[in-house]
Ligand binder design. Structure first.
Ligand SMILES: *[C@@H]1O[C@H](CO)[C@@H](O)[C@H](O)[C@H]1NC(C)=O
Ligand SMILES: *[C@@H]1O[C@H](CO)[C@@H](O)[C@H](O)[C@H]1NC(C)=O
Ligand SMILES: *[C@@H]1O[C@H](CO)[C@@H](O)[C@H](O)[C@H]1NC(C)=O
Ligand SMILES: *[C@@H]1O[C@H](CO)[C@@H](O)[C@H](O)[C@H]1NC(C)=O
Length: 432
């Protein structure tokens, strides 16, 4: 009898000590689930670390955290991210971007014809109206689908995570735009499955952004407005947040407004400047692409300085191939002033649809690279007379949020912390 107690007691003590030592001396458990933000223009992967409570967006390529959502099929094989962008000038037909705009979506013949004009690669619809890209690689025609592009990007990010964590990665939480329908969600899931990942949950991007700011843990919160201004789209979502429960109350957007449009204004302005100066029109495809890349560079520089200096070689100009131009932030703002003002429109639409005056908004969350533009921030702040949340990189907010959700699902958070998204019935109001 007595011996049994002693043995039992010793065992309990041993378990207790093992637990104590494990907690204090063993390395923290590795994240079991990663979070992936498969974006229209950039994609990133992140993890949540249990003990430190930190989210890491992992380095994915050559020192960059996020990679361009671009996949290129070349004679040398399949290239992803920056490597795909680097060769895009020379291989425009086989360099696919914007696949998220096509994934799981059905297009009419007319829609397809209009879209085709905006892309250098060839689009084709299958019998259901779903898109295929018609490539020409190694002198043979090849067809790939938007979900294949998604899958290639996801697999690339998965491999980056495997390298960083030095452990297998098999599970993921993904994010999608709030207005994605079931078919688009299914195809996003399929893309991840084909990359060898089991999808634990798919959450809406605005919810992810709110999670990144820890708004699921704030007790006295109600209305959160998430403004997402990316490369080609503006989305505004009103979330009701209570005790870790998220409900989308309203959505409005403009799907032809974003960074690309701001670039286009600067691009066509500079094209005019070049044509005047060199008395010849700029039609060479490679030159136009060189200018396009320089414009993106200039725009980014103008978010932190009030002027920038553009210097590029345009080979079709012949002997005087060097083009240089000083661009000021105020010039950039002037070229885009009507577009910047349009950012406020869907905000007003959402507030009207939900019967909320601006002062009822508790938190404003900015998402998407284009919310870095000082003028855009200024216009939003003036409208609400309140500072938006900006201390998280707006291009990482969604990735951080899916990683937080992955951490919660993976049991890395205290059990008292939860985040659940309720299905919404509201439809997005499109105001292009
Ligand atoms: C083109 O052919 C080369 C040589 O056989 C091969 O290495 C490459 O992967 C091919 N490209 C694609 C996109 O299949
Ligand atoms: C993993 O990523 C984090 C965050 O970028 C970095 O600090 C760490 O050094 C990386 N670890 C490895 C093994 O690459
Ligand atoms: C999406 O997938 C689910 C589960 O596989 C299926 O039940 C549903 O019918 C699919 N929806 C659409 C629109 O394809
Ligand atoms: C932007 O800034 C970087 C770093 O300061 C510089 O190398 C680059 O030339 C600039 N680009 C433009 C277009 O001003």
């Amino acid at each position: 009898m007595g011996a049994t107690f002693i043995i039992l007691g010793t065992s309990i003590l041993a378990i207790f000590l093992a637990g104590y030592f494990a907690q204090h001396y063993l390395p923290p458990p590795k994240p079991k689930i990663v979070g992936i933000d498969l974006g229209t223009t950039y994609s990133c992967v992140g993890v949540y670390h249990a003990v430190s409570g930190k989210v890491d967006i992992l380095e994915a390529q050559d020192g960059h955290k996020c990679i361009p959502s671009v996949v290129a099929y070349s004679d040398d094989g399949i290239l992803v991210g920056y490597k795909a962008v680097a060769q895009s000038e020379h291989n425009p037909r086989n360099t696919i971007y914007d696949a998220k705009r096509f994934i799981g979506k059905v297009f009419s013949k007319e829609e397809l014809q209009i879209l085709q004009k905006t892309y250098p690669f060839m689009l084709e619809a299958d019998e259901h109206g779903m898109i295929r890209y018609v490539l020409s690689v190694n002198n043979t025609e090849q067809r790939v689908r938007p979900e294949d592009i998604g899958s290639t990007i996801i697999e690339f990010l998965k491999n980056a995570a495997v390298q960083n964590l030095t452990s297998p990665v098999t599970k993921v939480v993904m994010s999608v735009p709030a207005e994605f329908d079931q078919l688009q969600r299914n195809y996003t899931r399929k893309a991840a499955n084909n990359a060898g990942l089991e999808v634990f949950r798919i959450i809406n991007e605005p919810t992810a952004a709110a999670l990144a700011y820890g708004l699921h843990t704030k007790p006295s919160l109600s209305n959160v407005l998430v403004i997402d201004l990316g490369g080609g789209t503006l989305d505004v979502s009103l979330l009701n947040v209570q005790g870790g429960m998220f409900l989308t109350q309203g959505m409005a957007g403009n799907n032809i407004l974003g960074g690309e449009d701001f670039n286009e204004r600067l691009h066509s302005y500079l094209k005019t400047v070049i044509e005047k100066r060199h008395k010849q029109s700029l039609t060479d495809k490679e030159d136009l692409q060189t200018l396009r890349l320089a414009v993106e560079d200039a725009k980014i520089n103008l978010t932190s300085s009030d002027h920038t200096f553009l210097s590029i070689h345009l080979h079709s100009l012949g002997k005087n191939s060097l083009f240089q131009e000083r661009i000021t932030r105020s010039k950039f703002e002037e070229l885009n002033s009507d577009l910047f003002k349009k950012v406020i429109d869907p905000i007003q639409t959402v507030l009207k649809a939900t019967n909320l005056p601006p002062e009822e908004i508790d938190e404003i969350v900015l998402v998407g690279g284009s919310t870095r533009i000082p003028k855009v921030r200024q216009l939003i702040q003036e409208f609400f007379n309140k500072k938006p949340n900006t201390n998280i990189d707006p291009e990482l907010a969604v990735a951080m949020g899916v990683s937080v959700q992955a951490g919660i699902i993976g049991g890395m958070w205290p059990l008292t912390v939860s985040a659940v998204e309720l299905p919404t019935r509201v439809k997005k109001i499109q105001i292009n």
